[in-house]
Design a protein around this ligand. Structure first.
Ligand SMILES: C[S@@+](CC[C@H](N)C(=O)[O-])C[C@H]1O[C@@H](n2cnc3c(N)ncnc32)[C@H](O)[C@@H]1O
Length: 291
């Protein structure tokens, strides 16, 4: 990577997804070939397993002393807003859990909803090594209300799935809304899971705003090129061309007390939207059972 660090940021911002795509395809073909050679057929859940391997390779736990670069700079200040009962949506292998450290004393309990169960072992290890420790509970759930509610019942946090409504003080989405199958439905489900006055913290890559002075036509075109090269298939259903900010702001006045999000890296393929949305209303619910 040292050679890459010498490239102008604009060029690096265009080719970085290409390098990631190469690594994702390599993880996929390696597992496919292993399965074919050893068993005569592809391994079950090949895409999900290959994505897990790829993600673990590119997301080691960051060295807290190392300087942050790129989108990593957006995460620590965002996570300082996490308080109370927290839902961490799609935490992956937990490489970002250590970034919750400054907020840890203000977090009573945190649930990581990670559907890729192959990542749970490393997620547990990283949670245990962090300041959150056993406050961090893993749910084998995706970002839908029924799935999270079912898991909250299973771990004894609530007694019936309907009780999941208005459960969380904070919901965290870092690089996950790009992959959910139904973005609009997911935002609605997360909204239902939030307490009145609760916060949705987002740090997501989004469609490049190429029509505005902050965007780039070339970066937007490259988003389409990578998608055509199979980005979504090899990188866990991630979509580079989704306008996540637009969807978050949809019906904003009806739902949110405030929407304080900003776009970053408008010249790059990974253009980010990051910030805090606060749900209307005042907090009025008791904590979860046993917490
Ligand atoms: C790109 S990784 C990001 C992991 C972590 N948030 C980070 O930024 O390091 C996306 C994560 O979202 C998870 N994911 C994919 N689809 C999901 C869904 N429908 N609901 C919840 N999580 C999902 C994936 O399994 C993966 O762990």
């Amino acid at each position: 990577m040292s050679l890459l660090n010498h490239l102008p940021p604009f060029i690096l911002g265009l080719i970085e997804p290409g390098i990631l795509l190469y690594l994702a395809i390599r993880a996929y073909t390696t597992l496919l070939l292993q399965g074919l050679l050893q068993n005569g057929h592809p391994p079950p859940s090949l895409r999900s397993k290959a994505f897990g391997k790829f993600w673990e390779r590119i997301s080691p736990v960051p060295d807290p002393a190392a300087p942050l670069i790129g989108s990593a700079t957006l995460v620590p200040p965002l996570l300082t807003n996490a308080t109370g009962t927290v839902l961490d949506v799609g935490p992956g292998n937990g490489s970002l859990i250590a970034r919750f450290t400054p907020a840890a004393p203000h977090i009573t309990h945190i649930y990581g909803a990670e559907p890729a169960t192959a990542l749970h072992k490393t997620l547990r290890t990283n949670a245990d090594a962090s300041d959150l420790g056993r406050k961090y509970e893993i749910l084998a759930a995706d970002a839908t209300f029924p799935s999270i509610a079912r898991e909250l019942v299973r771990v004894g946090a609530i007694t019936a799935p309907d009780d999941a409504r208005g459960t969380f003080d904070t919901i965290v989405c870092v690089r996950v809304l790009c992959s959910v199958p139904d973005l609009r439905g997911t935002i609605s489900d997360l909204y239902r899971l939030l307490k009145p006055g609760g916060k949705l913290l987002v740090c997501e890559h989004t469609a490049n705003p190429w029509r505005t002075s902050k965007g780039s036509v070339i970066a937007r075109a490259m988003q389409t090129v990578y998608m055509l090269m199979g980005w979504s298939y090899f990188v866990g259903d991630c979509e580079l061309t989704r306008d996540i900010e637009d969807e978050l702001r949809r019906d904003a006045r009806g739902r949110w007390e405030s929407v304080d999000v900003e776009r970053h890296f408008g010249r790059a393929v990974f253009t980010y939207v990051s910030g805090v949305l606060v749900k209307k209303g005042r907090p009025n619910r008791a904590a979860l059972v046993g917490h």
